[in-house]
Design a protein around this ligand. Structure first.
Ligand code: SF4
Length: 583
């Protein structure tokens, strides 16, 4: 089993024993939506260990926690130091606290003890080893902590090093026989260590070809003779009664390793405390927005709580327009990266921030600048129409941009004799082809969310809700299928087009064939109407990466800035400008 799987198993077990069916006190007292910040403070000096594991414990309850660590694994910390900050759901912080602290305190205790022993070995070449005397089931963590404290890991278990001890020797009838038999029966590459207690056994172990000789419970003087006798022909390990007051003199015998069971069997946890402060995150976001003259733009697909704090919610076209008109100094763009890039191209003098700079888009990533250059070389007379879901680099090589709101208009504005290269969405391209009769060359890209929505899915949902209007985004897989276009209740719209439709329709039921986040805006304006997402998987993971915590963090730190270099910006601006000019 890999180390990661082992660690996950330990965390699951620890949570299961502590929480089982739920944290009944926290759940009774803390509202599900409350947010909080927790700080961990050192109550003693020592070496910190277990940061990544503690983080995993919090993430078990809230994948979107914001974790800020002020120290690194193995750092020296002092009483009073704030070592980390974690922001997230109040319930998550309280429920995870004990398990996270238990792990952090135990691992830091081991690392701290290890560092004290290691200090005693300064000036010698001897390394400090751990043993198998670890807490049952927790060995991987105990050994990670030893490493953080400057120690070296001995074998992980009975499987990765053969250690022949007195009982093995008795059964085999002597050290030589034992080494011979083990050597015959284990895989090559695995080393053999032999435990010896006197100089006679040292000689036998050496003659039998042991890789490591463990000098067990010997006096320091005998040990010094043994090391001399071995003289580098095997590695040496001193073991048994290796107390901190003794290891310095043992190290000066010249042994390669000293193993100390006490590192992990007699652990004194390092005291660390966690303090929680609750706060009204929305109030804080609004305060910072005012203080920094920032505006928040959010796409219809982001989480509903993020939509609720936005100054403007819209689809790609609406957000591009909002970005071009704002008087704010900072545009905080809650969406995916290409959208923020577009805002930066449109408003080069504004600071454009995104709360999570890993929020990409499968569609935008389906074509790069190089791909487009090569495609244009093969089609030198082609006019490139780029869907807005493209990078700034790709836009720079394009002639026109379009969004799902204006794609038909943009294509129809191009003289009919011109060949059009449409990028990157094949479904939208085929939809335009069907609606305009234009002979487009279409790039083979798609959105991983909309490409799931095929004809079968639409027909089945339509049969389940025969009175519902079916509102379909043209990025959907079914959008060029005449069978769907022929359905009297099917309509094709951009997200803002869908919203207009439900606001003005007398119907009460709507099947929504796009990312389900848009339903929040529809429901807000039409509380009496019913909205049915086409599929449970109608979720864009990248859009959902934007959380309130990340929005706050972004306003606090002014991270992550999206800036398009001037030369690229000037080229990428032209196709956007042409799009905005088409009325
Ligand atoms: S829904 Fe599709 S097109 Fe929109 S951001 Fe997500 S992956 Fe990109």
């Amino acid at each position: 089993m890999s180390n990661d799987s082992l660690i996950n198993k330990i965390i699951e077990l620890a949570i299961e024993e502590d929480i089982a069916t739920g944290d009944i006190t926290t759940n009774a007292l803390i509202p599900e939506t409350s947010r909080a910040i927790a700080e961990m403070t050192m109550k003693a000096d020592g070496i910190i260990s277990g940061l990544d594991i503690a983080k995993k414990v919090f993430e078990y309850f809230d994948k979107e926690i914001l974790w800020t660590s002020f120290v690194k694994e193995g750092d020296n910390v002092k009483k009073g130091d704030i070592i980390l900050k974690v922001e997230g759901s109040y319930r998550c912080l309280l429920t995870a606290e004990r398990t996270a602290l238990n792990i952090l305190q135990r691992m830091s205790g081991i690392a701290t003890a290890t560092a004290l022993y290691v200090k005693e070995l300064e000036g010698s070449n001897t390394k400090l080893l751990d043993t198998r005397k670890t807490a049952p089931g927790m060995r991987i963590l105990d050994k990670m902590a030893v490493k953080a404290g400057g120690g070296t890991n001995h074998r992980m278990g009975l499987y990765d090093l053969a250690l022949i001890k007195d009982n093995h020797i008795k059964v085999a009838g002597g050290i030589s026989n034992a080494v011979k038999q083990v050597r015959t029966n284990i895989s090559s590459g695995i080393r053999i260590e032999v435990e010896v207690t006197n100089l006679e056994e040292v000689k036998e172990a050496l003659d039998s070809g042991a890789d490591i000789i463990m000098l067990d419970n010997m006096s320091t003087a005998v040990m010094a003779k043994a090391v001399k006798m071995i003289s580098g022909k095997a590695e040496t390990e001193a073991s048994g009664n290796m107390t901190i007051s003794r290891i310095k003199e043992v190290a000066f015998t010249g042994v390669d390793y000293i193993s100390v069971g006490a590192l992990t069997h007699s652990v004194t946890a390092l005291d660390i405390s966690m303090n929680i402060k609750s706060y009204d995150i929305v109030k804080e976001i609004n305060r910072l927005k005012k203080e920094k003259n920032a505006v928040i733009l959010a796409h219809f697909y982001v989480r509903q709580e993020v939509q609720d704090i936005a100054d403007y919610i819209g689809d790609s076209l609406g957000l591009s327009n909002a970005a071009s008109k704002t008087e704010a100094d900072i545009i905080l763009f809650c969406g995916v990266n290409f959208m923020a890039e577009t805002a930066s191209i449109i408003s080069p003098n504004k600071k454009v921030l995104v709360p999570d700079n890993t929020a990409g888009c499968s569609l935008a990533e389906s074509i790069e600048g190089e791909d487009l250059i090569r495609w244009k070389e093969k089609n030198p007379d082609g006019v490139v129409v780029a869907y807005i879901n493209t990078s700034a680099e790709v836009k720079a090589y394009s002639d026109y941009c379009c969004t799902s709101s204006n794609a038909l208009k943009v294509v129809m504005s191009i003289p009919p004799e011109k060949k059009i290269l449409f990028i990157p969405d094949k479904n939208l391209g085929n939809y335009i082809k069907l609606k305009t009769g234009r002979d487009l060359e279409i790039w083979d890209g798609d959105c991983c969310v909309h490409n799931q929505f095929d004809t079968k899915m639409i027909l089945e949902k339509g049969m389940e809700y025969p009175h519902a209007d079916i509102l379909i985004h043209p990025e959907s897989k079914c959008s060029n299928d005449p069978a769907i276009h022929n359905l009297p209740q099917a309509y094709f719209y951009s997200t803002s087009g869908m919203i207009k439709h439900v606001n003005s329709s007398h119907n009460r039921q709507f099947i929504i064939v796009t990312e389900a986040g848009v339903i929040h805006e529809m429901q807000k304006n039409n509380p009496g109407k019913e909205f049915i997402p086409i599929h449970i998987g109608a979720i864009c993971r990248n859009m959902k990466k934007v959380t309130l915590e990340k929005v706050l963090h972004s306003l606090q730190t002014e991270q992550y800035e999206i800036k398009v270099p001037v030369e690229l910006r000037e080229k990428a601006w032209l196709p956007i400008k042409r799009m905005l000019e088409i009325k």
